[in-house]
Design a protein around this ligand. Structure first.
Ligand code: FAD
Length: 456
């Protein structure tokens, strides 16, 4: 259907998953009321920009997603519905997680002390080489008791709710309250969870407990998926009809009368440009929002972010010695489209690195702790991760007016999503773990606010 009047101009800043999905939805408006323009500071769309193409000896190319962009039934419900709508193909690999310690004295990686499997698909768990039967049985029993206790608590014991002073109980306090043994917390739970949140164990313990509890509940015994051929397939499908300005670093967003002015610097010419829009969607991390949009400067400073790296390499000396045990799984991984994949979880008890044995014969280390031989590095990408605390949860929920169990006094009210036709979208723009599902949920929220129908 043709638009009835002049189209309304919408700027979307950032072309990660959140920016692209927001732009895709608004551009697809059945009444054709919007003209969308994306601003991206990189010279390519951001969703797939950190990924890397491997060319095999037989000249075939394979895309390695960086970061992995896995998703789960039960948690990534809207993302999965969107992929189904777009016809994106995905597969359900089974993951094996050998857990190893990194020595705090010499940085050496020990052979794995436990081998966990996704959704516990290996029962009984695989016995690590060098671990006697008695030790393995006792350890497995201990871990089974701790695991069932933690899982039961997640379903039966609610984290303390938000009050007018904070955004609820922290994970640190929750784990103490349910009396989860510290040995299990430090050696097993935190390394496995921080491979999802890619942050230090202390930062993870500062997360709102509800994030971890909700994630554990929703992903309990569910399948994991990855996109066949990589997220480049998603990016290609949703961006094909979008107008994108690459190399455009937005430096300021400001309300000017009933319009919003976007100012950006062209990365090649260094020229500064400005243009006015009817709506602006900032699909960038909170530190960037605070830097470019003055009304949110203070609020954004309370949302922590960290910077890390993901490295694609061939330095097998970084992989803990698993003996012959896991070789058959690696071999399988090379042959099948639906393989078992190995993700080494290596922890020095304050942080964790994960090493993914990629089916295409490379290793991908996320947030490395131990050094990697520079001559064996193929590709590296800097990544920003948005973290959560009860305090930042409170700020986010106020902005999106979500889960506000307590009405806020007038003087404490802060900027709300959509004020002055400025909107936020991003993995962090919802009340939950900062993952791809938040990108889709927040993009759908913007579309629905602009009266655009979501087709999934
Ligand atoms: C190591 C790691 C592993 C992860 N693994 C998973 C996983 O397996 N599953 C999962 O669900 N989630 C995972 N995540 C989380 C998820 O990938 C991210 O949270 C999500 O991709 C963020 O998307 P976004 O669109 O909100 O923001 P971003 O991807 O950060 O996109 C915003 C983009 O905006 C651009 N930009 C920034 N500033 C400006 C500016 N001033 N002007 C113009 N453009 C600008 C940047 O290029 C940036 O890339 C992982 C994250 C990390 C770091």
């Amino acid at each position: 259907m043709a638009a009835l009047g002049p189209k309304r101009a919408v700027a979307v800043i950032g072309s990660g998953m959140a920016g692209l999905v927001t732009a895709y939805l608004i551009q697809q408006d059945s009444k054709r009321r919007y003209e969308v323009e994306i601003f991206e500071m990189q010279e390519q769309l951001s969703l797939d920009s950190a990924s890397y193409t491997i060319t095999s000896e037989d000249d075939l190319t394979y895309r390695v997603d960086v970061p992995m962009r896995a998703f789960d039934d039960g948690f990534h419900n809207n993302l999965k519905r969107m992929y189904d709508h777009l016809g994106v193909r995905y597969m359900s690999p089974k993951f094996i997680y050998p857990l190893s310690a990194i020595s705090t004295t010499d940085g050496k990686k020990m052979p794995p002390h436990f081998i966990h499997s996704s959704s516990n698909h290996q029962v009984p768990p695989i016995r690590p080489e060098g671990c006697g039967y008695v030790e393995w049985i006792l350890r497995t029993l201990y871990l089974a008791v701790c695991y069932f206790w933690f899982t039961a608590c997640c379903f039966l014991i609610e984290p303390k709710p938000a009050t007018s002073n904070d955004g609820g109980e922290s994970l640190r306090h929750y784990l103490k309250r349910i009396r989860l043994p510290r040995h299990y917390t430090n050696g097993y739970l935190l390394p496995l969870m921080s491979s999802v949140t890619t942050c230090s164990h202390n930062e993870l313990l500062d997360f709102p407990a509800i994030d971890a509890v909700d994630y554990a509940r929703r992903t309990y015994r569910q399948s994991h998926y990855t996109v066949v051929g990589g997220v480049q397939n998603v990016q290609n499908k949703i961006s094909s009809e979008l107008s994108v300005m690459l190399g455009a670093m937005v430096t300021k967003v400001e309300n000017v009368g009933s319009k919003i002015q976007v100012t950006w610097t062209d990365s090649k010419s260094k020229e500064v440009h400005s243009k006015q829009f009817d709506h602006v969607v900032m699909a960038v991390t909170p530190n960037v929002v605070g830097a470019i949009y003055e009304p949110l400067r203070k609020a954004m400073s309370s949302i922590p972010v960290n910077q890390g790296e993901a490295v694609v390499h061939r330095d097998r000396s970084t992989v803990p010695d698993c003996g012959q045990l896991l070789t058959r799984f690696s071999a399988k991984a090379h042959q099948s489209l639906d393989p078992t994949q190995i993700l080494h979880i290596c922890s020095n008890f304050s942080a964790t690195e994960s090493i993914h044995e990629h089916p295409y014969s490379v290793l991908v280390t996320s947030f490395p702790i131990a050094p990697i031989d520079p001559s064996k590095i193929i590709h590296r990408a800097r990544l920003t991760r948005v973290l959560r605390t009860p305090q930042s949860r409170k700020v986010v929920n106020r902005i999106f007016a979500e889960n506000s169990e307590h009405p806020y006094p007038e003087k404490e009210k802060i900027w709300c999503n959509g004020t002055g036709n400025v909107w936020l979208a991003g993995a962090w723009c919802w009340d939950g773990m900062v993952l791809l599902e938040g990108c889709v949920v927040s993009a759908m929220r913007v579309a629905e606010s602009l009266d655009v129908e979501v087709p999934w």
